[in-house]
Design a protein around this ligand. Structure first.
Ligand SMILES: Cc1ncc(COP(=O)(O)O)c(C=O)c1O
Length: 385
């Protein structure tokens, strides 16, 4: 499949690459020429039509966005809510769980902090947040989920790919454990959708959130919430708004009747600029396909890992290449200094406490990988980092 991809012409879609070696897609995916054109279209419609653009074009773009995300994860568009970010998506789900005194939620120390924060903030309601501490900085053992969950667990909330280590977690297994304990699982797929294939039906996922910012090439302000069809009518959010109302355009203040599909989790008017960008990003990802993208990024990641090891760097990443997504952490004392020095040489990457983070995407090349490792080796030798 990959052999038929013309990666060089795809690369030309991303003008940033003309001037920079960009290796920070797990923070922000690049803006394509197509996405810029889509956003221009939005502005032209706003100028020419004003509010009439909602009916002529914008509603349709929202529908395409919903379908675009549904296609990437193998869901139906009726199972997708459009959200502004992951934190709001999780807030909506958390508000639907009727959490109270004595309940607990299980998550891990490797998950993005917005997940535990959501539930720590409910400590005053008597909700306990159980943060599993991993045995290393890379992954959590499935048995740790097994022993953290009990009969008071209302939710297991964890990532498909850990932002901290690039580890691809077996979310089907986590979901199965949750179900065996008669509870639900919420998957934070933000570091995964696009770069690692996911099939919510095959993997039995209950709820999943992701967004445009990173691997879906849609920029800021657009995120997605999937809720399994047969679960939707069991969840009534208490944080809500008129977009969640079944009869939204009847403007009835006297009652709240929720939409029957996942639209019930939506709250208010979305950012249409973000929707145009998000929809175009999804078109690009769907056209290439997450399987082909994974094949490409996996090759780049394996090259990166072996070149870094040859140069004597210490990595914090999964040993099994099958479990390693396109995020590689390189441990060092002063990662900020390394990133700053690399920036002077036109490399864009990032750091987290104690490690430089390198995250190539399909638009990167083996040459980019060779170049960044050579530059890191030079900087380390020159500055003794
Ligand atoms: C895995 C993961 N979840 C959530 C977030 C933050 O989500 P948001 O800012 O959309 O609430 C990030 C941000 O980088 C992330 O990497």
């Amino acid at each position: 499949m990959q052999r038929s991809q013309d990666w060089t012409s795809l690369r030309r879609e991303f003008p940033t690459l003309d001037a920079k070696t960009y290796l920070n897609s797990c923070s922000l995916g690049l803006l394509s020429r197509r996405t810029r054109a889509a956003m221009d279209r939005f502005m032209d419609q706003w100028t020419e039509l004003g509010a009439a653009a909602w009916y002529s074009d914008w509603m349709n773009e929202v529908a395409e966005l919903r379908q675009g995300f549904a296609s990437v994860i193998n869901a139906g568009p009726d199972e997708i809510a459009i959200m502004p970010n992951i934190s709001v998506a999780l807030t909506s789900i958390a508000s639907s769980l009727q959490l109270g005194e004595g309940d607990n939620v299980v998550t891990t120390a490797l998950d993005f902090p917005t997940v535990p924060h959501q539930f720590h903030a409910k400590g005053g309601m008597g909700v306990e947040t159980r943060v599993i501490q991993p045995r290393d900085k890379v992954e959590v053992d499935l048995e740790q989920f097994e022993s953290a969950i009990d009969e008071h667990t209302k939710l297991v909330a964890t990532s498909h790919v850990y932002f901290t280590s690039g580890f691809i977690q077996d979310v089907a297994a986590v979901t199965e454990i949750a179900h065996r304990h008669d509870t639900l699982a919420f998957i934070d797929d933000y570091q995964s959708t696009g770069q690692v294939p996911i099939d919510v039906k095959a993997q039995g996922i209950d709820m999943l959130a992701s967004g445009g910012l990173k691997w879906l090439l849609g920029g800021t302000g657009v995120a997605y919430l999937y809720v399994r069809r047969d679960l939707i009518d069991q969840l009534e959010p208490t944080v809500t708004g008129w977009f969640g109302n079944r009869d939204q355009f009847e403007f009835n203040p006297n009652e709240m009747v929720f939409k029957e599909d996942a639209g019930r989790f939506e709250m208010g008017t979305p950012s249409v600029a973000a929707i145009f960008a998000g929809a175009e990003g999804l078109r690009i990802v769907n056209e290439i396909g997450p399987e082909a993208i994974r094949e490409r990024t996996s090759e780049l990641t394996q090259l990166l890992v072996s070149r870094l090891r040859e140069e004597g760097f210490t990595l914090r990443c999964p040993e099994d290449a099958q479990r390693h997504a396109s995020i590689t952490m390189v441990e060092m004392e002063d990662p900020a200094r390394m990133v700053e020095e690399l920036m002077k040489r036109d490399f864009i990457l990032d750091f987290r406490p104690g490690a430089v983070r390198i995250s190539p995407y399909f638009y990167n090349t083996p040459d980019d990988i060779q170049a960044v490792v050579a530059a890191m080796t030079d900087v380390r030798n020159a500055l003794e980092l």
